[in-house]
Design a protein around this ligand. Sequence first.
Ligand SMILES: [Zn+2]
Length: 488
Amino acid sequence: MRVAVGGYLVSANSFATQRVELEQFQRATLSGPDLLTRLGRGDGALAGFLRGARENGWEAVPLHFMFPGLFGKVRQECHQWAKETFVNTLRKAGRLDGIFIQLHGTAVADRTEDCEGDLLGALRAVVGDKTAIIASLDGHANVTPEMVRQASMLIGVKSNPHYDFGAVGYQAARVMAAMFDRSMAPVSAWAQPAMVAPLQKLYIAPGWPMDHLMRLARARAAADPRVVDVSLLGGFFVSDRLETGISVVATTNREQGLAVEIAEEIKDACWTRRHQFHADLVSVQDAVREAIATDETPVVLGDVADSGGAGTPGDGTAILAELLKQNARGAVVGNIADPAAVAEAIAAGVGSSVRLTVGGKVDRFHGASVSISGRVRTIHDGVFTAATRFNAGTYHRGPSVVVDCGGIEVILTARQTLVFEANHFRSLGIEPTARKILVCKAELQHRAGLAEIGRTFIDVDAPGLATQVLSRLPFSKIRRPVFPLDDI
Ligand SMILES: [Zn+2]
C-alpha cells in the first residue's frame, strides 16, 4: 500500500494585525524526504501515523508540512499557494491508497473562511472517492461540515493542553488499515451546540467542564464496538468562521444513525453545561493587589488576552504597568516581545543600567508602551526546551534579555511565544519557585505547566485581541445567535 502524508498546521486570529507573508509561509514548509526524517520521530501526529505505516509495511509518500506560526488572518495568496502546492505534488505522486494529513483546523484566509475544508476538497478532487483520507485535528479545531464531507474521517486530540497527537496519528493508521482490508467503512456525523467557549475554559483537568464532557465522549466511544471514535473539539474563538466553537464528530463503522445519535447526545451535554463556560477573570488592579497580598505563592498571573498561543503580538503591558504602579516585589514578567528594546539592552550590555520603553508597539489593543528602568542582568539566545509532555520541544524566542527593575524582573524577547513552564524562566537564570509573582502569556497552558510550582492562579482581564470576554471582539462570520454573545 502507498500512503501520502502531510500537514497544514495553519491557524489565524481573525482580529490580529500581524500577518504572515508568502515567503515566510514557504520557509515554514517541509517537503520531500526531509519531511519524513524530521517528523517521523518524536510524538507528533505524523510520527504516530508513520509508526502505524511501518508496522503495516506501507510505503510513505511525503507531501508537505506547513507550519507558519499563528498570527492574523492568512493571506489569500498563502492559502492559494498551499493548496496548489499540495495538489501539484499529489498529482505527481502516482497511485495512492490513502492520505493522512495533520490539520490545526483554524485557518481563515481573506476570501476562504474554511481553509481546511477547501484543502481537503482539493485533495479529494485529485484522488477521487475511493481513496482513504484521514485528517487529525488539533483540539482547538473549528470543524465544518465541509471538512467532514471531504475526509473519510476526522480524529481530534483528546487532551488540552494537547499531548496525544502521536496516539491520534497511530489511531488514524489503524483505521486506515481496517479500511484497506474492508473490515471498516467509517461514517461520521458532525454536531455543534450554539455556543463558543473562551480558550481559558477548555482546560481538560479534574473539575473543569471540558473534562466532564470529554469523559462522556470517551465513555460513549468505549461502550459500543461499532463506534470508531468520538472527538469533542473545543474550538478557537479568535478564528472567526461560521462554525467557530465547540463541535462533536462521531464516527462509526457503517452506522450513520448511530453516529448522528452520539454526536447529538454530546452536543446536548455541552449545551446543558454552557453556563460553566463563562470566562473567569479578575481585573488587572485587583489581580495585582491579590497577588501582592497573598502568602500562597508563587502566584501565577495569566495574561490570557495576549496568549502566545492565540495570534496576539505578545507585547501586552497592562500587568507590567500595574505591577510597577503597586510597587510589587519578587515579580517576573515573562515575556514581552519587543525586538527594539531587546536590541537596546544588548547594545548596553550585561550590568548596564538602562531606561527602556517596552511593549504596546504593534497595535493599539494591548496597552500602552511602558517605561522601565533597571539593570541588564542576562543576555541569552532565547532557545530553551520545554520539559512538559504537552507543547514539548525547543522554543526559539529570539535574542532575549532580563532587565532587573528592583522588585520586578522583565523578560524581553525578540519573538512572541507561549509562556507556560519552568524552563522558560530557568533558562534565563530565574528560579520560578523563588519568586512571588509569575506573569505568563498563555490561555491555559500555564495552569498545567506550572501546576507543581504555582500555588495561586489568577487569570487577568487585561486588554488584548485574545480577550476571554468574547463580546468585546468584532465577530462578523460566526453563526448567530450563539452563546455567550447572545443571551440564549
Ligand atoms: Zn490547540
